[in-house]
Design a protein around this ligand. Structure first.
Ligand SMILES: [Zn+2]
Length: 156
């Protein structure tokens, strides 16, 4: 827990639509494409390599569940997964997170690549006009949470 960290902020944790052991998934406040989500450890760590092998396995296992869920929810089988490790790799929030972007034909203007847009689209760019309003974000999160939960119910 780090008081200055957006991904340790209870307000962000509270809009999570899914939780795995040690990790949560949220809809990105500034989605690059529809369905752009983040998978984040509850524990404050900057570095992927600080995870022990159990946490590392849990992280990717949970990310896989989130990908499968998002593919179903957004009706696609294509996606990007990305971890930006360190400032020079484009990490702008110093709390480990993985971007998951369900992809479809023509979901970005021709010639644009999503990874160019990540730096400008983190939680820190609060003045960005591309930011979803709190109401929009909460509404999407509620729908995703209900769908995630009904998927879990079906499995039981
Ligand atoms: Zn943090």
């Amino acid at each position: 827990m780090n008081n200055d960290c957006p991904f340790c902020d209870p307000e962000v944790v509270n809009i999570a639509f899914a939780e795995g052991s040690g990790f949560y998934a949220v809809y990105n406040h500034a989605p690059v494409v529809t369905g752009h989500c983040l998978v984040i450890p509850f524990k404050h760590t900057t570095d992927l390599l600080d995870l022990d092998s159990r946490e590392y396995t849990d992280f990717f296992a949970f990310a896989r569940e989130v990908v499968v869920f998002l593919n179903g929810y957004y009706s696609t089988s294509e996606f990007d997964m990305s971890i930006q490790q360190g400032e020079n790799a484009g990490q702008s929030v110093a709390h480990l997170h993985m971007h998951i972007l369900p992809r479809k034909a023509n979901d970005l203007p021709e010639g644009e690549e999503w990874f160019h847009k990540l730096n400008e689209d983190e939680f820190t760019s609060l003045d960005s006009t591309k930011f979803l309003s709190d109401e929009e974000l909460q509404s999407i999160s509620r729908k995703l949470r209900a769908a995630w939960q009904s998927g879990l119910d079906k499995k039981q």
